[in-house]
Structure formats: structure tokens, C-alpha cells
Design a binder for this molecule. Structure first.
Ligand code: DC
Length: 232
């Protein structure tokens, strides 16, 4: 595996949905002048491509055969992260309910994970100055040598409330349904065979249930700064 420049700091932020992972990761990267990679967006992008190209997302073999076809490109500016598939902006369609309901099945296919993991490692290796990478298996599988690993958690109630807030105005926001869907997706992501959602042994766990977003950001910024100071 290639490694980034010696002064570059690599931060892995994992955890289930609704823990504030994306907002925290983006803000930490922006504050510290790091790049930012949303790996969930990449799995959503490949899922969107499968749907729009008529691949049966319940057929792991069909997914595996097609996995190498879409060209996924992630822009890593934390102020304006982008995602394109075969040159098309996919940032809006990857957030639909249809993609959300199918992404766990697509991302559980080992061939998909191998390809996306390689892409993630090459992006991290070429990120000058360092990068914050958020996902489910970053600390355990994608970047096991990351300088700092954070695992964000929150109660299912808090996570469902946050997700409902994000969806407001876009899709149905029934809290109970959101909580059920979220628990189901986390169970699928945690239970899959290949690189499931898991806390790395050397990750720092931050329970965000009772914290504001600003408090979580401050906590992670402090941890990164401590890590950087310790390396000088
Ligand atoms: O973070 P998100 O909700 O946008 O992620 C969408 C899905 O992608 C999630 O349900 C599981 C999958 N995923 C994954 O398997 N591994 C990652 N590193 C990131 C996301």
C-alpha cells in the first residue's frame, strides 16, 4: 500500500448512520486544512449506477460482474465535496430513498468492496497534507495504519431524530419508520462477511448522544492536534 507524505495526517472516522459522521468529518477537515473523503457516497454512487443500468441489486453475481464498469470520481475539498459517475454529477441522486434502501446489499458484495477500497487507498495516499476519511471499515480494513481512528456512536433514538431532520422537506420523515430503516441498515452493514461496520481495537470511541455537533467537532479536532503534536 502506498503511504501519504510523512507530515500528512490520516484520520479514519467510522460509525453507523446518524452519529454526525459526515458533518463532523467535513468540519474537522476544513478546520485543519485536510482533504475529506465520504466513502458512503462512493458505495451509494455504485448502487445508483447499478439501478440506472438495470442490474438486479438482489443478485450478488450480477453486481460482481458489473462492479468494474462505472467510473467513480470523488472530489475531496471539504467545503465542496463532489462525486461523479462516468462524468455525471451523482451528488443528488445518490441520496434518494431507493439508493439508501439498496446500498447495503450492493456494498456487501466482495468485488465491490475490493474495487472501492483500492480507490479509497489511492485517494488517501495522494492527499497532500492529509485527509479525513469517513465510513464503516476505514480503521479496520481500508486504512489500518491511520494516524488516528475515531468511532462515533449515538443511541438509536438520537440517530433516528438526526436522520429525520436531514430528510425533512425531501422525503417522508416519519420518525419510527426512519428508526426502523436505520436499525435494519446498520444490522446489514454490521453483519456482512466482508469488512463489516466495526470499531477498530485502537479507535477512540466518542458517544455523541448528548453532545452538540460543535462539541463533537471540537473533541475530534483536539484529538487530531494531540496526535500531530506527538509526532513532531
Ligand atoms: O454513510 P452512508 O450512510 O452514506 O453510507 C451508505 C452505505 O454505504 C452504508 O449503509 C454502508 C455502505 N458503506 C460501507 O459499506 N462502507 C463504508 N466504508 C461506507 C459506507
Amino acid at each position: 500500500m502506498e503511504t501519504a507524505a510523512p507530515s500528512a495526517v490520516i484520520v479514519a472516522i467510522d460509525g453507523p448512520s446518524g452519529t454526525g459522521k459526515s458533518s463532523t468529518s467535513k468540519a474537522v477537515a476544513a478546520k485543519l486544512g485536510l482533504r475529506y473523503l465520504d466513502t458512503g457516497a462512493q458505495y451509494r454512487a455504485i448502487t445508483w449506477w447499478m439501478i440506472t443500468n438495470g442490474i438486479d441489486t438482489d443478485d450478488p453475481h450480477a453486481i460482481a460482474v458489473a462492479a468494474g464498469k462505472p467510473g467513480i470520481v470523488s472530489g475531496t475539498d471539504p467545503a465542496a465535496p463532489t462525486i461523479t459517475v462516468d462524468g455525471l454529477d451523482a451528488s443528488v441522486p445518490i441520496r434518494t430513498q431507493e439508493v439508501t434502501s439498496k446500498v447495503s446489499a450492493v456494498s456487501a458484495v466482495p468485488e465491490v468492496r475490493t474495487l472501492i477500497t483500492e480507490l479509497q487507498r489511492s485517494i488517501a495516499a495522494s492527499a497532500e497534507g492529509g485527509i479525513v476519511v469517513e465510513g464503516r471499515d476505514i480503521g479496520t480494513t481500508v486504512l489500518p495504519d491511520a494516524d488516528l481512528k475515531i468511532f462515533l456512536t449515538a443511541s438509536p433514538e438520537a440517530r433516528a431524530a438526526r436522520r429525520s431532520g436531514e430528510l425533512r422537506g425531501k422525503e417522508a420523515t416519519d420518525l419510527a419508520a426512519t428508526k426502523d430503516a436505520l436499525i435494519k441498515r446498520d444490522a446489514a452493514d454490521s453483519g456482512r462477511k466482508t469488512s463489516p461496520l466495526a470499531k477498530a481495537g485502537d479507535a477512540v470511541e466518542v458517544d455523541t448522544t448528548e453532545l452538540t455537533l460543535d462539541q463533537v467537532i471540537e473533541c475530534v479536532v483536539t484529538l487530531v492536534e494531540e496526535k500531530r503534536a506527538g509526532r513532531q
